[in-house]
Design a protein around this ligand. Structure first.
Ligand code: SF4
Length: 623
């Protein structure tokens, strides 16, 4: 993102205030022809300035895609305005496309995005790349090498043969590339992305400094919606952002104060360790919050009502023989990565085992009937290294297990069953290497084949994350997966409200506010208030924005996402939940309110209100 020259004063200080004072650098990459067309585009609104999904949706809404894997379909990779800046956690890289996984009931692929941290985005920023639009398909396995033609020269993109990377696991790819490109960071796919035809939920992995220094598999993942499958469909195995780090200037004092708040303030407290200003221990702590009231997924989202999952609580794992270390992305003081190590001979952290977040742990352990941490660590690491989304993979596994439990006479996936660790490892390997399309296609398509939709835990083809749908009727309006794009999953636990108007308000006014961090480039775990983010924008870009204006851009971005779903034919039926979600489960110690009657009224009210909002914002004219 650059400011036009005429808007810098004689000292070079920033004076720019309006969107047209900014330009972004888009590189249109024709993979079929091997050609790159760079352009500097003057921003027409703040959506353009901010980037991420705000700008990406504007691009996608003008496209018509019938098959996500059609070479003519574009995959957009972009940054947010804070990505790669001195704002702490400003590390996000976004991938957007019509998804091979998310789709309408009528069969059309739907717009989707996924995002991750690591240091790849920072390197792109240092190369002055705001956006890549990848269209077409390379003839053979290819690596895109983004670098400067000479020191301080223009950025160029070379197409490099990547045959030697074929079949390598995620970390092996990254470490091999690191040997070759010492100043670079990487976006890569694993074997799952290479076999995109049979794996619709492959992820893109972004390298971290810790990973390159330690050699351990510590990538960050853009997991949801099959963006790794998309990259694989274009025959791109890796993108290399290759440039020395740019020397940072002096940080404005306002930014220093904000960064201290990110690292030590209340907003990020939940994701820090206790030793860091009374942190809550990371997302892993959700086990101890949800499981005691049996509101945590077990056995395909039906809690057992037992204490079986207790052994997976972090304090119990820390009893040994493991050591949990909080580690971080580039220059982030939150250190949300809870990396589990074996105890070394010296009593300190030895062999790295896995990075444990709540979602992969739950969906690759408790929710598939595995309650053993050793087995859970192996599965998390296996899924990561094959380059799959642990949420989609885990939930598809649990669906298959539940189907087999109900249909012992006609099992699928080699008779996979709850708690069968050995078989699960075998099946995961087969999915991730393209040998088991049955499960690699995801829960929606599999459940349609099996006529078993009532307990297929997904919405619009995106598998539910590790929060019970029984207590979250907001799931269907999540536009990119249930917990990162619609924050309604904790509401019942925290507020115990079951009224219709409360939930309509939660979905149409509040839950989507989390999308702010899907275009500004900051990590959601920074927990910044809108006021603080406006201050960060001012300090980094010179944009003076008030909170209501920012909220309106978030709202418009959400409505664009909804409108994009409607453009591909989504109707009321696409916003239904799996029927068994609405049943009563006495073991869940929270009110039962998401009944068929409640949900039917909620759906009608939410969709009507969204109709009005789309018209109010003039977004019904687009497309
Ligand atoms: S909060 Fe976690 S994921 Fe986000 S930037 Fe910091 S270490 Fe990375």
């Amino acid at each position: 993102m650059s400011q036009t020259a005429e808007n810098k004063d004689s000292n070079g200080d920033q004076e720019a205030k309006s969107p047209t004072d900014f330009q972004f650098a888009r590189y249109n990459v024709d993979l079929s022809l091997g050609k790159v067309h760079p352009e500097n585009i003057t921003c027409e609104d703040y959506e353009d300035v901010f980037g991420g999904i705000a700008r990406g949706f504007k691009f996608l809404e003008n496209k018509s895609v019938k098959d996500a894997y059609d070479p003519g379909a574009s995959l957009v990779l972009n940054l947010g305005v804070l990505s790669g800046t001195d704002f702490m956690t400003g590390l996000r890289t976004y991938f957007l496309a019509y998804s091979p996984l998310k789709r309408s009931l009528s069969g059309m692929p739907s717009a989707m995005w996924s995002t991750g941290s690591g240091k790849f985005g920072t390197k792109l920023r240092h190369l002055d790349v705001d956006e890549l639009v990848l269209t077409g398909r390379c003839a053979g396995p290819t690596l895109l090498h983004i670098h400067r033609s000479e020191e301080d020269g223009p950025t160029v993109i070379d197409f490099v043969d990547a045959s030697d990377l074929v079949g390598l696991l995620v970390n092996d790819k990254i470490q091999r590339l690191h040997q070759q490109y010492a100043d670079a960071h990487f976006a890569v796919i694993g074997p799952a992305g290479e076999t995109y035809q049979t794996v619709r939920y492959a992820a893109v992995a972004l390298s971290t400094e810790n990973q390159l220094k330690s050699g351990d598999p510590k990538a960050r993942y853009c997991g949801r919606g099959g963006m790794g499958s998309m990259l694989g469909s274009k025959n791109i195995l890796a993108i290399v952002a290759d440039t020395p780090d740019r020397r940072g200037g002096k940080q404005p004092s306002a930014l220093k104060i904000l960064n201290q708040e990110v690292a030590r303030g209340e907003g990020s407290r939940r994701f820090r360790d206790a030793k860091k200003n009374n942190g809550g221990g990371g997302t892993w702590a959700n086990y101890a919050a949800l499981d005691p009231v049996h509101a945590m997924p077990e056995m395909n989202f039906v809690p057992t009502g037992s204490n079986k999952s207790e052994q997976l609580y972090r304090p119990n794992v820390e009893k040994g023989p493991y050591i949990v270390k909080d580690e971080s992305c580039y220059r982030c003081g939150i250190s949300c990565h809870k990396n589990v190590y074996d105890v070394g001979e010296d009593g300190k952290a030895g062999n790295f085992r896995a990075k444990v977040d709540y979602e992969p742990l739950n969906l690759l352990a408790s929710n598939i009937g595995i309650f053993n941490i050793e087995q859970a660590l192996e599965l998390i690491e296996q899924v990561d290294n094959l380059g799959m989304d642990s949420i989609s993979c885990g939930t598809t596994l649990s669906f298959a297990m539940e189907y087999n439990r109900r249909n012992p006479e006609s099992p699928i996936a080699e008779g996979l069953s709850y708690g069968d660790y050995e078989k699960t490892c075998d099946i995961v390997e087969k999915i991730g290497t393209g040998q088991l399309e049955e499960l690699g296609q995801g829960t929606l398509r599999l459940s349609e084949q099996l006529h078993a939709e009532s307990y297929a835990m997904h919405s619009k083809g995106l598998e539910f994350p590790a929060y019970l749908p029984q207590i979250n009727p907001g799931y269907p309006w999540a536009t990119a997966g249930g917990h990162m794009s619609m924050r309604t999953m904790f509401l019942l636990l925290l507020e115990r409200e079951t009224g219709l108007d409360y939930w309509v308000d939660a979905i149409t006014n509040k839950g989507y506010m989390t999308l702010r961090d899907d275009f500004l480039g900051a990590c959601k775990f920074s927990g910044m208030t809108h006021e603080q983010i406006c201050s960060a924008l001012s300090a980094v870009t010179g944009i003076e924005m008030k909170v209501p204006e920012l909220e309106r851009i978030i709202k418009r971005t959400f409505l664009r996402a909804i409108q994009l779903e409607r453009q591909v034919g989504m109707t009321d039926a696409d916003y239904d939940m799996p029927a068994e979600v609405h049943e009563e489960y006495p073991q869940i110690e929270l009110p039962h309110f998401n009944t068929p009657e409640f949900f039917s009224q909620l759906k009608q009210k939410v969709n009507s209100r969204l109709d009005e909002m789309i018209v109010e914002e003039g977004l019904n004219q687009v497309g």
